[in-house]
Design a protein around this ligand. Sequence first.
Ligand SMILES: *Cc1c(COP(=O)(O)O)cnc(C)c1O
Length: 385
Amino acid sequence: MQFIDLAAQQRRIRDRIDARIAAVLDHGKYIMGPEVGELECELAGFAGVRYALGCASGTDALLMALMARDVGPGDAIFTSPFTFIATAEVVALLGATPVFVDIDPVTFNMAPSNLKRAVEALQTGRPDLHPLPANFAELRPRGIIGVDIFGLPSEYDAIQGVADRYDLFVVEDAAQSFGAEYKGRRAGALAEMGCTSFFPAKPLGGYGDGGAVFTDDEALAERLRSIRVHGQGSHKYDNDRIGINGRLDAIQAAVLLVKLEIFPEEVALRQTVAGRYREGIADIKGLTPPATPAGMTSVFAQYSVLARDEAHRTTVQEALKAAGIPSVIYYPKPLHLQRAFAELGYTDGLFPVSEDCSRRIFSLPMHPYLTAEEQERVISVLRST
Ligand SMILES: *Cc1c(COP(=O)(O)O)cnc(C)c1O
């Protein structure tokens, strides 16, 4: 059994992908060829925003969004410690400081009540109110990165409420959630800028690295467009600002155009697969399947289950492995405990929910083509442990 079966998907669309790639080879416009603009149009339409900008990766999408807001030294960016390193890495790359905010134990996303306390603590210089990084006295609150972990949107209404109150900007890390919905709006469109990733294993993945930034704001779109190409001005060798080489390849855009055609159907299939897991796991003692709060849908980038404790998780994972079923831990170590962020001075115990989830969580095989029979096998192993 595959954890993610990209081959099954490829069998459906191989002919169309071959034809689209051949078209790129024929026209030869490998950098910013027509497929990029075509994809951006389709993506903006899908997400329901005015602008979508293709870029080289989800990491670059986040970096570009922060650069568009001139994030730099002295800026505090509030985010979840229970995410992939890229979310906080881009903050540090710009010389700014990630301020971690613990998650909700049900959604695994940043808890808005904690966020409010964290901003207040920083604003008033009170680490007794909420854990703060060692350099807190030098920081001012600037922005928030909401992370839609495992494909479930964060609580953007509440997050935006905190942002409005303290005059902060909000960026959505939709790397895992593209295709999900929040109160009738699509992931990627839930903040002033939304960032997604087309890494092959994401719900909408290419055959290489790629990403996109979404926005409704024309001025931000202009800045992002410039930042993507070395801070380009009106002329190719005219530079208005410091930027990056953050372009999406025409070949990846060609692949993504084909994958986007079947994406809505694949999102529905993911939800069917998740529904079957939920039904099978709901009454197994000691296992907690993921919840989807009212008003939201998830694309289940990962189907992540909580075991009773760390020892139970080990038992379950070993039983799955013995049955030839892969499982993966996302994420075994929250970001505040990573060596890369050691100088922020965070210690074990500061974010108990993230730390507890790291010890108990594991993800099951999840992709649109997982069959009911395969899932029965997974569930029967889970039931036996
Ligand atoms: C994958 C991922 C990213 C980074 O995307 P890349 O395309 O791999 O650079 C950022 N944030 C989250 C939550 C992710 O899962």
